[in-house]
Design a protein around this ligand. Structure first.
Ligand SMILES: O=C(O)COP(=O)(O)O
Ligand SMILES: [Mg+2]
Length: 225
């Protein structure tokens, strides 16, 4: 059997279906993975932490597209990114009459520490333009628009995790579905985009699965199980 690599895996669109529901078939795969598992997501930290907790695995997470990195094994939390600039973009966007689009309570932004997200129901073009004007990165993950610091991404996040754990990023298998996975695809030794992935993720991955969503994730890890 091929040696099992450490795994860095995206959540939305990779472990989930198109409605963000996690496919239960991924649970035993992740909880029984014999090597390091890193959850790398655009979501705020509570989501990947909860996923690790419910899986019964160490908390090793890259959240907010690399803005937040937590490694339980070394008890380290790294928070990076120009949140003030992201908030300024959100403010300017609101001044144009648009909204974040997640309602009054806004769980999507509530626990976010380094960037801002906007619902896909809101206009894309003015948000993208404002992000560019502020020197920030605009990402469309297929699940939300992100305004984020261009200096950080899931790839810098994996470097940070590896520095803590004294591991090599090139030893990792990365699986993901969207442009926010492109940098971690470059950093990892092997990268797989699931079939529903956007063109950026597909073009930056080593291979693309035949199956979409969690079926694609299961296909990606099949050689190592
Ligand atoms: O938060 C998003 O928009 C996407 O999250 P993901 O990185 O887990 O796919
Ligand atoms: Mg995704």
């Amino acid at each position: 059997m091929t040696e099992t690599p450490p795994l860095v895996v995206d959540i939305d669109g990779t472990l989930t279906d198109e409605s963000r529901a996690v496919d239960p078939r991924v649970f035993p795969v992740l909880s029984e993975w014999p090597e390091q598992v890193v959850i790398a997501t655009g979501k705020a930290m509570p989501y990947p932490i909860a996923l690790c907790e419910f899986l019964g695995i160490d908390y090793t997470v890259i959240a907010e597209n690399g803005g937040v990195v937590f490694v339980e094994a070394t008890d380290t939390l790294q928070i990076e990114g120009d949140k003030a600039a992201c908030l300024a973009v959100a403010e300017a966007y609101r001044e144009l009459g648009y909204e974040m689009g997640f309602g009054e309570v806004d769980l999507a932004n509530r626990w976010r520490e380094t960037e801002v997200v906007v619902n896909l129901s809101q206009p894309e073009e003015p948000l993208q333009r404002l992000a560019e004007e502020h020197g920030l990165e605009f990402l469309d993950t297929g699940f939300a628009y992100h305004v984020t610091d261009a200096r950080i991404d899931k790839g810098t996040g994996l470097h940070a995790v590896c520095a803590e754990l004294d591991r090599e990023p090139e030893s990792f298998l990365a699986v993901g579905d969207s442009e926010n996975d492109a940098e971690v695809f470059e950093v990892a030794g092997e990268s797989v985009a699931v079939a529903n992935a956007d063109e950026t993720a597909k073009s930056r991955a080593d291979r693309v699965t035949t199956a979409p969503y969690a079926d694609g994730f299961l296909e990606a890890v099949e050689p190592y199980r």
